[in-house]
Each structure stands twice: as C-alpha cells, then as structure tokens.
Design a protein around this ligand. Structure first.
Ligand code: NHR
Length: 182
C-alpha cells in the first residue's frame, strides 16, 4: 500500500484518495495518515459473517471518496459477486504466485514443495472467482538453494513493491496490457 501511495506523484495519472482497512489495528492506517491520505475502517467482525452487510458498509465508505480504481493489498476478505459487480473492472489485487499457479494461500510453501525453480507475483483484475481475473502483470524471481517459505516470500515481496506500482501506473493511464518484469 505504501509503495502504491508513494508512487502516485508527478506525472502519474492517479492520486490516492482513501486507505480503507477491515482491521482497526492495521499499521497501514497510520502510514496513510502520515502521508495525508484519508482513512476509513470497516471492521468485519461486528457483521458476524453477514458479508452483504459488511460489503454495503465498505461500498458506502468508498463511495464517499468516489475512487476510479480500488487496489487490494493484503486484503483477506473474500468479496462477493455483488461487490465485485458494483466496482466492475476497477478492482486490482496482487497475489504472491505466478498465476494460474497456486491460487489461494501458502503459495511459497507450495512452490518449494513442487520443486519450482522460479516463483513470483501476479497483479490481476478481481473477479467473482478467487485469484482468477485477467492478469495485468507478473514479476519472476529465482528460487535459491536452501530457500524456506520465508526467504522466498521476502524475495517475492521486493518484486511486489516494484510490480504493483508499475501495473497501477499503466492501468490508471487506461492501458490494460500486462506488465512483465524483469
Ligand atoms: N475476492 C474476489 N471476489 N476475487 C478475488 O480474486 C479476491 C477477493 C478477495 C481477496 C485476495 C486473495 C489473495 O491475494 C483477494 C482476491 C483472502 C482469501 C480468503 O480465503 C482468499 C484470497 C485472497 C484473500 N479469505 C478468508 C475469508 O473467509 C479469510 C481468511 C483469513 O482471514 O485469514 O474471506 O490471496
């Protein structure tokens, strides 16, 4: 989130209008405030599994700032088809694997268990299906001998911080062609 926010300066076609979290304790909220970006919290817990009501509150908070693009960054609540439809074609996510490989969780452990020699991350459009929307960019990293899920995750995260801003810049300029790094 910080990499995205800090990238939107100068001739960048976008500016950050809101940082929203479902977690009142999220460290990103303070980082956003420090940058003068509006923040909102919609805690999912009081909704007790009523995803429609939770998402109605999220959409209301978003609508107050009229975003053109929504970037998920570590957002861990599955979004329903209704929410995705409301913001159709305007939600991006970054996922820590080379999709279509390893949708879902524990991607680095699964890549290592499979003996993969490369790993990476993917920015994709969010659709109703999890980790399934059109690919907007990918970055690759080598798997090194002795890698653990944590060392591999750290190498991929460095690339996430490069790839996501590169994709957002292109996407915000109206260009949906994928970005491939390196
Ligand atoms: N929603 C839709 N409709 N489509 C996608 O592609 C989405 C999405 C919501 C989040 C991020 C994704 C990831 O990058 C994402 C992509 C959380 C879960 C999950 O199972 C799945 C995928 C992603 C994020 N969440 C559980 C839930 O019940 C909660 C898990 C937890 O709290 O630890 O929502 O990996």
């Amino acid at each position: 989130m910080v990499s995205l926010a800090d990238s939107m300066t100068g001739d960048h076609p976008a500016r950050p209008v809101l940082v929203l979290s479902n977690n009142p304790e999220a460290g990103g909220l303070e980082k956003a405030r420090a940058r003068g970006i509006a923040t909102a919290v919609v805690d999912h817990r009081p909704f007790k599994g009523d995803r429609a009501a939770f998402e109605a509150a999220v959409s209301a908070a978003l609508e107050a700032h009229a975003p053109d693009i929504i970037c998920l960054a570590g957002f861990m609540r599955v979004l329903t088809a209704d929410f995705v439809g409301r913001w159709q074609g305007r939600i991006l996510n970054i996922h820590p694997s080379l999709l279509p490989k390893y949708r879902g969780l524990d991607t680095h452990a699964r890549a290592l268990a499979a003996g993969d020699t490369e790993a990476g991350c993917t920015v994709h459009e969010v659709t109703a299906e999890l980790d399934d929307g059109p690919v907007l960019g990918q970055a690759r990293v080598p798997v090194q001998p002795g890698d653990t899920p944590d060392t591999l995750a750290a190498r991929v995260l460095e690339q996430e911080h490069v790839l996501y801003p590169a994709v957002l810049r292109r996407f915000a300029g109206g260009d949906r062609r994928p970005v491939y790094l390196p």
